[in-house]
Write a protein that binds this ligand. Sequence first.
Ligand SMILES: Nc1ncnc2c1ncn2[C@@H]1O[C@H](COP(=O)(O)OP(=O)(O)OP(=O)(O)O)[C@@H](O)[C@H]1O
Ligand SMILES: [Mg+2]
Length: 222
Amino acid sequence: MIVLVTATGTDAGKTTLTRGLARAVRRRGIDVVALKPFETGVETVPVDAVALEQASGARWEGPWYRAKAPVAPWSATLMGEPPPDWDTIVAALRAAADHHAWCLVEGAGGPRVPIDATREVRDLASELGAAVVLVAPDVLGVLSYTFTAVESLTALGNTPIVVLRDVARPDPSATTNAMVLERKLGRAPFRLPFVVGDDDALADAVERSGLVEALGQPPARP
Ligand SMILES: Nc1ncnc2c1ncn2[C@@H]1O[C@H](COP(=O)(O)OP(=O)(O)OP(=O)(O)O)[C@@H](O)[C@H]1O
Ligand SMILES: [Mg+2]
């Protein structure tokens, strides 16, 4: 199974959730790999990719795209960095998925981040036949960001599982965000608490969320 983890935007909690999910699946004795195929803002070490590798305990070499500029991949290309090789990267992700029971793929930013002139992160879900998880921080603004992101994924037939994640200092919108998301999306969002701790602490939180079971039964495609 391939799971694409995307979000309402950058810094939303994709790596954090993917670390917890990878460790939770691994602790169940399931062979899992967690990859970050497109990572930007990389000076030397791709920190997200390394964190995912540590959480899953699996390494998969691939022609992964790394750019120095902390911008979308296509933006980095327009700034003069080498372009990503979409087909080779997609083929490497498929190969990784063939060799592992679960293959978690962290996107870059949100679903409409341009990878090159014609492809966006959301196209990865379609190409890979991936289940999609959308991480959304429980803050003011999450409603519109989430509806917009869900719509952009559903437009390509990839209805996401929404995970609302807690923040350290909630604002007043946190009282009702989950309720409004449930009413408008027809399904309660999964909840990820604010976790101070390591991969195992994150895995405990993911276990409690019920997300692993939900991914066993991803939402029906419209
Ligand atoms: N559930 C959580 N508990 C505690 N802190 C969290 C949680 N989720 C995210 N954070 C914190 O929020 C920040 C951004 O999270 P994270 O790096 O996972 O986002 P991201 O979506 O992967 O970002 P990027 O777009 O750069 O890949 C980090 O400092 C992280 O520690
Ligand atoms: Mg990340």
